[in-house]
Design a protein around this ligand. Structure first.
Ligand SMILES: NC(=O)c1ccc[n+]([C@@H]2O[C@H](COP(=O)([O-])OP(=O)(O)OC[C@H]3O[C@@H](n4cnc5c(N)ncnc54)[C@H](OP(=O)(O)O)[C@@H]3O)[C@@H](O)[C@H]2O)c1
Length: 160
């Protein structure tokens, strides 16, 4: 089973120049709590944006290339989706934009931190999706450094 986890701005902004835009400590804590002990899947650019492997998680990177560092590199995304989409194991899809887009039709859950702020120079965006196809649960609401945010879990009503 796949669960997407992301933090987005008012216009679905995800990143700028291969960096995160918004830094909310509570959101980082939520991300760590959810993903620790699990497999995490990310695109090569997101991997490059990190200081290194995320601890206590199996770091899986999607790329057409091979390079040292990750626990696993996936070249064949379709095969990975087929093998893992109907399992009970929760695999977290942690970005970036190209990877969210490709996993969206197969993800059971989307954990979205929605931040009430925009960034006009953003370079990467979360894909549009039809919210009426998901049940929504408010997990948390808060404010930090002048940024208001809410964390919502979207759970698909009918998965592909
Ligand atoms: N706000 C958030 O929650 C959040 C979370 C994560 C990331 N981000 C931000 O998002 C940005 C990065 O996202 P991005 O969309 O630019 O890049 P990305 O999705 O992280 O990585 C794109 C790369 O992944 C590989 N890839 C993707 N699909 C593939 C496929 N089907 N088969 C083989 N390889 C595939 C390719 O690597 P190769 O070129 O090596 O083949 C591609 O160039 C950064 O700014 C980052 O900070 C934000």
């Amino acid at each position: 089973m796949f669960s997407i986890i992301a933090a987005i701005g008012k216009n679905n902004e995800l990143g700028k120049d291969n960096k995160l835009i918004f830094k909310i400590k509570d959101d980082m804590t939520f991300f760590k709590e959810k993903t620790s002990g699990h497999k995490i899947v990310m695109g090569h650019k997101t991997w490059d944006s990190l200081p290194g492997k995320l601890k206590n998680r199996e770091n899986i990177v999607i790329s057409r290339h091979d390079f040292p560092g990750p626990d696993q590199i996936i070249h064949d995304l379709d095969a990975f989706i087929q093998t893992n989409q109907n399992t009970d194991e929760e695999i977290y899809i942690i970005g970036g934009g190209t990877v969210y887009f490709q996993f969206l039709p197969y993800a059971q859950n989307i954990y979205l931190t929605e931040i009430n702020q925009s960034e006009k120079d953003a370079t990467t965006f979360f894909p549009e999706f039809d919210k009426t196809k998901y049940n929504q649960t408010l997990i948390k609401k808060g404010s930090e450094n002048g940024l208001n945010y809410q964390i919502i879990r979207y759970t698909v009503k009918n998965l592909k």
